[in-house]
Design a protein around this ligand. Structure first.
Ligand code: EPZ
Length: 420
């Protein structure tokens, strides 16, 4: 397994391009199951999750031709509609093939994703939504088996105890495009990835209005055709690099960033003293003083994203004063806390809340990545720490960041990937 070795203390300077958004690309790739004909996606991030989904789609009869940041996807055969556990368990987002398979083929068998490091990852709201569209749902030895001759439009509420569901909204929206009649999704997720998926589906001939708002209306159509689409930039990667610049007192320009997709993040970072200036189509991030402490609660979009909670926590470890982070989406998403403590951070966890007492410095140490965003947080800590930080199990970070060590090294970081 690979490790990162980081010598901390380097100020990051220069320009970095934000890659395409993993969490937009995955449901859009799954949506290609709905099309009669090929689709071409550009701006695809070179990350493990995209490769995993591409292999899964291959097993479902989709031909995928990848070159650079582009993939052409076309359904070549509909013989196999079983998404097996060995692939689904490595990437929970595989559940996004359920809606399109069911709508297009009338049958789908998809392994239940199970939990992961950030908590139990239920799909009860997905299944309730598909049943509302007329699907028969059974559970067979760990798989969801869904059947429907033709789905029928319905009014569906997708709210749950932690707000809406991003991939659940994607699944129901995709399934509803080929249903008979009109579907209204109430309490839909509003994330930019959901909006990008709706744009893609409408280019395929779907009739979707309201994406990006909590109420989405989908008028069913008979069929969808292939199309071309550029994936939106990744707001979570962008936020990660904003913290990288701030935590090293650097000056980094992000190109291809959509600040309008991350206003809660920009607002919070500016509140604590990070300077974020628009710069023709991009943004320049710098900080010239010690970061101030703050309180933040993760919320569904447009609130502060849970996927940047660990990265912000790392920055707040060095702030002047006490900060409080409350995790409202995944209450257990604190794997990074114990590893940051190994580097000298002073964090106390109380249920879904972490209290961070700012310290003057972090000190490099051997640490272990536990999940995608926790590992990004450890990289950020290593950049700021005195001395050497060794991060093992970096396969977690490769799931969602495109060559992060190359991008950081190009900004002046001393970071190397070595084989453990
Ligand atoms: C998406 O996951 C993202 N993944 C996650 O990013 C992100 O953290 C999450 O949305 C929240 O923003 C992709 O888009 C591929 P949810 P998803 O369904 O759709 C509960 C990353 O780091 N819930 O919106 O699986 C659930 O337990 C990943 O890139 C139910 O109770 O998340 C959670 O508490 C990690 N029942 C909350 O809702 C359901 O049926 C939000 O989950 C579905 C979800």
């Amino acid at each position: 397994m690979d490790q990162f070795i980081i010598q901390g203390g380097r100020r990051l300077r220069g320009e970095v391009a934000v890659s395409g958004a993993k969490n937009a690309a995955l449901p859009i790739m799954a949506a290609c199951l709905l099309a009669d004909g090929p689709s071409k996606l550009t701006g695809l991030p070179d990350v493990a999750d995209v490769k995993t989904l591409s292999s899964l789609l291959g097993e479902l009869g989709v031909k995928a031709d990848h070159h650079d940041d582009t993939v052409e996807l076309e359904v070549a055969g509909e013989n196999d509609s079983h998404a097996r556990y060995d692939l689904v368990c490595t990437m929970r987002a595989s559940i996004c093939v359920l809606g399109p398979l069911l709508a297009k083929r009338g049958y789908a068998r998809v392994a239940m994703p199970g939990g992961c490091a950030i908590g139990s990852r239920p799909i009860d709201i997905h299944l309730r939504g598909l049943e509302a569209l007329g699907a028969q749902i059974d559970l067979k030895s760990g798989d969801v088996v869904a059947k429907a001759k033709r789905l029928k439009g319905a009014e569906i509420f997708l709210g749950g105890p932690f707000g809406s569901t991003v991939t659940g909204t994607a699944n129901i929206m995709m399934a509803a495009t080929l249903a008979e009649g009109t579907t209204v999704i109430e309490s839909a997720a509003c994330e930019p990835g959901v909006q990008d998926l709706a744009d893609f589906l409408n280019k395929m001939g779907a009739k979707i209005t309201g994406a990006g708002s909590p109420r989405i209306t989908i008028e069913g159509v008979e069929n969808l055709h292939g199309t071309t689409h550029q994936i939106i930039p990744d707001r979570i990667e962008a936020g990660t690099f904003m913290v990288a610049s701030a935590i090293t007192n650097g000056e980094v320009k992000l190109s291809q960033v959509r600040l309008d997709h991350m206003m809660a993040v920009v607002d919070k970072l500016r509140q604590i003293g990070v300077i974020i200036e628009k710069d023709n189509g991009g943004a320049v991030i710098s900080s010239r003083r010690r970061i101030s402490a703050t309180d933040v609660t993760t919320q569904p979009y447009p609130g502060f994203p849970t996927d940047l909670q660990a990265q912000l926590m790392t920055l707040l470890c060095l702030a002047g004063g006490n900060s409080v982070i409350t995790e409202k989406i995944y209450p257990d998403r604190f794997l990074h806390v114990s590893e940051l403590a190994r580097m000298g951070a002073n964090i106390r966890k109380e249920g879904p809340t972490a209290i961070i007492t700012g310290v003057k410095r972090l000190v490099g140490a051997p640490v272990m990545a536990g999940d995608l965003r926790a590992s990004a947080a450890l990289v950020l800590a290593g950049l700021a720490a005195e001395g050497t930080t060794t991060i093992s199990r970096v396969y977690h970070i490769d799931r969602g960041y495109e060559h992060i060590e190359t991008k950081l090294a190009a900004l002046g970081a001393d970071i190397k990937r070595v084989n453990e």
